[in-house]
Structures are given as C-alpha cells and as structure tokens.
Design a protein around this ligand. Sequence first.
Ligand SMILES: Nc1nc2c(ncn2[C@@H]2O[C@H](COP(=O)(O)OP(=O)(O)OP(=O)(O)O)[C@@H](O)[C@H]2O)c(=O)[nH]1
Ligand SMILES: [Mg+2]
Length: 485
Amino acid sequence: MASRFVDRAVIHLTAGDGGNGCASVHREKFKPLGGPDGGNGGNGGDVLLVVDPNVHTLLDFHFRPHAKAGNGKMGQGSNRAGAAGETLVMKVPSGTVVFTEDGEMVADLIGPGTTFVAAQGGRGGLGNAALASKARKAPGFALLGEPGEARSLTLELRSVADVGLLGFPSAGKSSLISVLSAAKPKIADYPFTTLVPNLGVITGGDTVFTMADVPGLIPGASEGKGLGLDFLRHIERCAVLVHVVDCATLEPGRDPVSDVDALEEELAKYTPSLGGKLEERPRVVVLNKIDVPEAAELAEFVRPDFEARGLQVFEVSTASRKGLRELTFALAAIVEKYREAQPVLEPEKIVLRPLAVDDSGFTVEVDPEEEGAFIIRGARPERWIRQTDFGNDEAVGYLADRLNRLGVEDELAKLGAKPGSPVTIGDVQFEWEPSTPSVAVHLSGRGTDVRLERTDRIGATERKEARRIRREGTGEFEDDLDVEE
Ligand SMILES: Nc1nc2c(ncn2[C@@H]2O[C@H](COP(=O)(O)OP(=O)(O)OP(=O)(O)O)[C@@H](O)[C@H]2O)c(=O)[nH]1
Ligand SMILES: [Mg+2]
C-alpha cells in the first residue's frame, strides 16, 4: 500500500519568452531610405494558477509537473508588433497553498477564480521604431525579448472544510462522512484506508457545512509514524475538530480516553503553517460503534470523563445510524457561531501578482573572486543586459548609454575601475571602456546600418509615432527608456 500522501506536488513552470524587437527600415518605391519601422516583440505568456471548483486534488501535477507558457512572437517591419505568447492556465483546487523553493509561502488560493501569477512572461523587446529619438534617429538595432521566468513551486492542498475529523485508523471517520453526506469515500477494515482527505457536504437545519476526513493518526505521527503529520494541514482551517473514537477496538492498551489524549499530544506538536493554533479550535468527541453492545457500555462509562473536560460528547453508530441527527445539528451550531465570529472573506476573482518592487537602484561592488574586477547588481542593469544583442555594436553602444545615464560609470570610476577592468552584470562580463568624449562620439547613437543615411533628419511625426508605439505597445518600458527628445 502506498504510504505516500499525495496532496502536495512540486511543479516546474516556465513562462514564455518575450519576442525580439525588430530592426527594420521603411522601404517604398522611389523612396529607399525611410524611417525605422521595426515593431516590438510580443510579451511572453504568464503561467497562472487559477482556482477551479471542479478540481479537487493535486494529483494531476504529480504526473505532469512541468509546464510552459507560449513565447511572444518577434516584431516585424512596417511597425507590426509580434503577437503575445499564450497564457498557460493551470487549474488548482480551492485551498491550494503555494510555496517557493525556499519554503516561503507566496499564495493561499481560496475561492473560484482566484488567480496567482506563478511565473511571469518575459517582456518583448522594443523594435527600432520605438527606440528612435532625436539623438538616435534611425537605430540599426532592436532590443531582445527577455526570457520568461522559470520557477519551481510546491503546491499543498489544505481543505477548506468547516469540520475536521481526527481519529486512529479504522475509528470510522470515513464511515461518518459517508452517512452524513453524499460523499462515498473508501471504507475498509484495514488501517490507513484513507490516503487522500475526503470532503463531504452536510446540511443541518439551515446550515450547510463541509466535513473533511483525514488519514488516521497514530501516536508518533509527529515523528513521521504512520502517514506522519503532513496531512494535518488539511484541518488547519477547520472551525471545529471532531475526535472520532472507536469504542469497539480490541487492541490492547487502547481506550477512548487514552486515544483522545494520545492524539491531542500529537496535535500539540504540529505547528500550523498558516498561523493560528490548533489548541484553540473547539473540539467535540464522537464515541463510535455503539451498535456493538460492549462499545455502548464503554461509551456510557467514559462520557463523564470527557464532559468533565468541558467537551461535548456524542454516542453514535455509523452502522446502525444512531445519534447522527443530534451530532449534525450540534456541529451546524458550532460552525454557525464560528462563521459569525469570522470576518466575511469573499476572495472572488482575486489576482495575486508578485509584489512590485522598487527596481530603480543598483549597486557596484568589488568582485570578491577576481582582482580588479567589479560586479554590478540591480533589476534594471540586469534587464538591459538581457535585452542587448551583443553581436550588434550599436546595441552595445545603446547599453553603454543607458548604464552611463543610470550613474553606473560614475560609481565604477569612484571605486577605482580602470579602462579594461572586468565588469560583470548578470550573465555577462565585459571590459569597461569609460565613455570619454571620444568614445561618446563613437557611440553617438546614429544608425550604423549602411542603408541608413546618417544625416537623415527624423521628423516630428516619426518621433510622435515612436512615442505612441512605446506607450501602446509596451508601456511598462517607459521608465526604462532613455530617450531624449
Ligand atoms: N460495528 C461498527 N463498525 C463500524 C462503524 N463505523 C465504522 N465501522 C467499521 O470500521 C472500519 C473502519 O472504518 P473507516 O470509516 O474506514 O475508518 P477510518 O477512520 O476512515 O479509517 P482510516 O481511513 O484507515 O483512518 C470499517 O470496517 C467499518 O465498517 C460502526 O458504527 N459500527
Ligand atoms: Mg478513512
């Protein structure tokens, strides 16, 4: 029998790459030297996790843990933007909690439609039309699309049930759900029948509530015995915990009071990762199997012990269906009370995006591994590196201008960088060439494309068009551009 608990899955997601921008020059009959008209590349598709009410387990991810969204298409001439890459939607059950590889919780997805942007598509690169400016009238280059984000995430399912059942294996937890609701979980006389929590919907008077049954718990579970404590995350959200006690067990050393005590001891060792404390959750005791005469006697005998602890006690038999009505109504009342005390949470259609961080800064440090070398860090410089086609001198010149304008050069000079000092940004290392006036002239931003007439004046209309493309195409780039007009 598999002892693996399946409501946890590690998935590997790759968002789509952004399409490259296009460097193109407008051509018309009798007017061979037109302005730049290369379109922007399309953004890569995101990978989204979306809560779907028809999905109940994470099992699918177990078998198919890899997923990739569509790439953005390249921009083209005549100002044609590349199509955006297709978004990939992965359907998850309500109650899915998402963790990063470092174990940091990044999303807790509850309610149909709740969406988490799990991996962001790379931005498309700007085409040369959008890069045109007064100083760089006909750029002979375009920006590369950025690679899509690649991430490994751990998904964990925590039921959003109102009532959580606890009990030794074979106490009758699954049986109880099956007689109280329409759920038909697997019931058998061997322990650990339940490997995946079952969920049942129960009606008590005007109250409709859910009940989750979790795999049997045994002493030592907190050290990993049996199925361990992993599945306790399923009851973290429950309004009330129900101890289901087998009063008919013939196992030596077991009786209702010590069973409950043993499980309470294990519970105390579990730290809910969603916060809150399980100790504070209300509990009731269900003494099961009273259709067996000895069990009925035992139940009657131990009832006062539990009541003395302030616990509500119900004697039931899922076999002869005794005591179920009372139990149902009592649970409905506790759930009602709990709901009234909770702030109303309607997370319809919530979209969780990674936090927007301030990416304007950068740092320059001495490279600890290479003498006389430097490392530049920062979201913008690193992005600019990814956008640069290093096979194109003009594109490299544009990068140098951007870095210079950000203040990277000043900072390097301050730290004592010399011409030729190795400088690393992201995945790329190059030799630092300070833009002395002569260099600056060399990288003046004029088109180096032989088809371009360098004196060609760019008209106001073209500049306006470039602005429009920037705005409409990939507006998010605005602050990245160092276009002086
Ligand atoms: N006589 C009697 N047997 C019962 C009653 N309730 C459950 N059983 C039996 O107890 C056994 C275990 O029942 P389950 O509902 O599978 O128990 P469980 O607590 O879900 O067990 P695990 O999933 O293994 O933790 C089965 O053989 C049931 O038929 C009852 O009220 N009376
Ligand atoms: Mg069961």
